[in-house]
Design a protein around this ligand. Sequence first.
Ligand SMILES: Nc1ncnc2c1ncn2[C@@H]1O[C@H](COP(=O)(O)OP(=O)(O)OP(=O)(O)O)[C@@H](O)[C@H]1O
Length: 302
Amino acid sequence: MAVSIQHLTKVFGTQRAVSDISFEAEKGRITGFLGPNGAGKSTTMKMATGYIRPTAGQVLIEGLDVTDHPLQTKALTGYLPEHNPLYLDMYVREFLRFIASAYGLKSAGKRVDEMIELVGLQRERGKRLSALSKGYRQRVGLAKALIHNPKVLILDEPTSGLDPNQILEIRQVIKDISVDKTVILSTHIMQEVEAICDHVVIIDRGELVANDQLSVLKEGLNHTNGIIIEFEQPVDQSVFIRAGFEPQPFGASAYLIESDRSDLRAELLRLTSENDLPLVSLTKSQQSLEEIFHRLTQKTEA
Ligand SMILES: Nc1ncnc2c1ncn2[C@@H]1O[C@H](COP(=O)(O)OP(=O)(O)OP(=O)(O)O)[C@@H](O)[C@H]1O
């Protein structure tokens, strides 16, 4: 596995910021790392990139422990921290050349030009970093994270503070580069996860509360959720109530019926047919990722 996080824990003083977290991230896949404010996302990412040491547990990058092999794992990893530190007095090209030389890259000029093209900085290449908008500074941060062609990319809220167009552009860049890399990105934006992530890890108060493929997560949590049953016109709900259901109105002539019963759809079909109800459709109610997130991160509320 490209990135393996094993029983990772970080304690600051008396606070457990990250508590026994384990998950893995695969090549060619974007893993969304979610959690409410203060959940421990940035702390986990800093440990994964070797910027702070875990209190317990370990992070393996391509099988190498980040604490034991700091140089090798840094060479394998590109990191865009939450506050994207840049030398604002430098010019775009000059800054990236400086980073390329710090990595000891051969053909640094060519590599810098490739990065400028990849992240869409051609028109800004001659500008001073202080003159760039937040979105373009974020692109510089991304170019910096990618310049040494790392196998693993760790991005802490890469689209935070960007305007809607910039968000779409940066997402597309991340998607394009993820084809042959392992990407872990933290975000607060659920549409972002739905748009680009394959896998979702959710933490809350330092603890892991979900670790699944996006589709599996949505499917699993929708399992017991309910069916929306729609008729041509409003119907007498007592048919369903007598059968032990609790229909809730869901629009003019539709009802949401929630139940754990595995044969829910079959039973509803039988009831409608036996009672001659004018059925229009029977669909599984889909929870949005936002609702799933809310539900999972509310569970641990005191
Ligand atoms: N250096 C530190 N010293 C003490 N406490 C810290 C330190 N860094 C983080 N924390 C605490 O650890 C907890 C997790 O913080 P972290 O920044 O990892 O959360 P986050 O999920 O990234 O939050 P956000 O979404 O708000 O950026 C918070 O309660 C924070 O105050």
